[in-house]
Design a protein. Structure first.
Lengths: 302, 302
């Protein structure tokens, strides 16, 4: 089956790039779509075929992954003037791997089904390193027929696929809950390590000890290391959590549900973005607290 | 050396009990102090000797562990009318395993040294199950002479001892940072799972998926399971985090350092206590959010 499957990946950012090269590695003919010529050239050197527009790829793909930044971009690359759906064959599987409000994910899947396509709501987790290794975790929901057809491609990019239901919605909902926790944990790691610096503790020691204690989180281990090293090279940027925690609070507000921790963390990410840190690694929220509290973190020359 | 060492444990609550039975298991003669007769009788059935007052044990102990609830209680059992220090031999090692403000830990160690004692600032982490297994993690600071003398007893109760310095202070400071993270993570787990319930997700599924994703924390795994099961049997109560996050915010406020996440989590624990949930498991903060947001969690009959 693999030999006959052709895939496309729209959006070759860090996660999309990882998916695209993982598909190539699995022997699947893969087309990549991006606006950046240098990225397309790099992708062709890896053995893929690069295009500047989604309309150019869909007629020749059985499975189309979308890895753009938000719901508006996803609607544009799928349904816009240069969108993929108009040229796609009936029954093409669209796997939408974008973190977006669950109601938007449901709306996109509905439009895809109306157009005769199959749709999987499939946000991912794992970061760029796991993506490039083909080891993403996918929180997926959609009809069995879509999973059956896309299976070889999905297997190529992931080590774990959670099947969360047969319609769009649950995939994006669980991803939203994951981002709630991830965003709050990054902010908590920032608060813990900047306060540690203020009281004169050695950050490397604190980072090591806590990872053996009940205060640990995946984000404390991962982003805490960025703060300790003073390295804010963006693996995932502050602006991403402005968006993702905004999805959480927007969804909760519409339900009149209280999310005090998410609200507080979001305010901190907004403050970092307003301070010009939006393009830095999300761990840079630590700089906001450190500057306000009058202590210098490693690598903070601002 | 073990054979000649005699220990005392003041306060046989969940952590102190675990330490005391671990000492007995290591063949160390151990005296236990508690106000509750039934606990003392249970301890004697395990092979220990039970007393109602700290003054009765110290003259016969080389190492005295203190496992009471807060700084005031620690000062009382050490320096009060029935306190241990007055009757202790010079050079007795006092290992203070109480989570308290770092400045109070420093003050207690100073008074112990002035009285001719050796002092270790030694907050612990791990919970009651690990405590009973002799597998606590200890965040410890104090002079080498104290560690040398207390070594067999400390080894009996812990699998990991972080030596954080040769004076009191760093032990309690690192523990405070751990509690900052732990408290915020419990509140975040509560927010994530109560919002999941509101949007109709299956909590067991969410709990399973997130543990494989970047949103995971030690507390999400541990306390999240309590919320999913609707079991609020207090392994560690809401009131403990009212105290511990109060230590964080009090210490930070005195330094004019911002702790927005801790402030928000503390407000939630205060609200839970005001709602009559102070004696329930700390995961019960989820009930506060669920009730405000109009959704019923498993096991919440309130």
């Amino acid at each position: 089956m693999t030999a006959n499957l052709t895939a496309a990946v729209i959006g070759l950012g860090s996660m999309g790039w990882g998916a695209a090269v993982s598909l190539l590695r699995a022997g699947i003919v893969t087309q990549g779509v991006d606006l950046r010529l240098d990225v397309l050239q790099k992708f062709e050197r890896q053995g893929g075929r690069g295009y500047g527009s989604a309309a150019q790829v869909a007629d020749d793909a059985d499975v189309v992954f979308t890895f753009v930044v938000n719901a508006d971009q996803a609607e544009d690359v799928l349904f816009g003037d240069q969108g993929a759906v108009a040229t796609a064959a009936q029954g093409t599987v669209f796997v939408t791997c974008v973190t977006m409000p669950p109601d938007r994910a449901i709306g996109i899947a509905d439009r895809l089904h109306e157009a005769g396509m199959l749709a999987i709501d499939a946000p991912v987790s794992g970061g760029s390193i796991k993506a490039e290794a083909g080891e993403m975790t996918i929180m997926a929901s959609g009809p069995d027929a879509a999973f059956d057809k896309a299976a070889p491609a999905i297997e190529a990019i992931s080590t774990k696929v959670f099947r969360l239901g047969d319609v769009a919605g649950p995939g994006s909902q669980v991803k939203m809950i994951n981002q709630l926790l991830a965003g709050v944990h990054i902010a908590a790691a920032a608060e813990a390590l900047s306060l540690s610096a203020k009281i004169g503790l050695d950050l490397k020691t604190v980072h090591e000890v806590i990872q053996d204690c009940a205060g640990n989180s995946w984000m404390f281990g991962n982003r805490g290391a960025h703060i300790v090293a003073g390295d804010y090279t963006p693996h995932s940027a502050v602006d991403i959590f402005v968006k993702d925690l905004g999805i959480v609070t927007g969804t909760a507000d519409a339900l009149a549900f209280p999310t005090p921790l998410s609200d507080t963390a979001l305010a901190l990410f907004h403050e970092a973005a307003a301070d010009g840190l939006g393009g830095e690694d999300d761990a840079a929220v630590a700089k906001v607290l450190a500057r306000k509290g009058g202590v210098r973190l490693p690598g903070d020359t601002g």
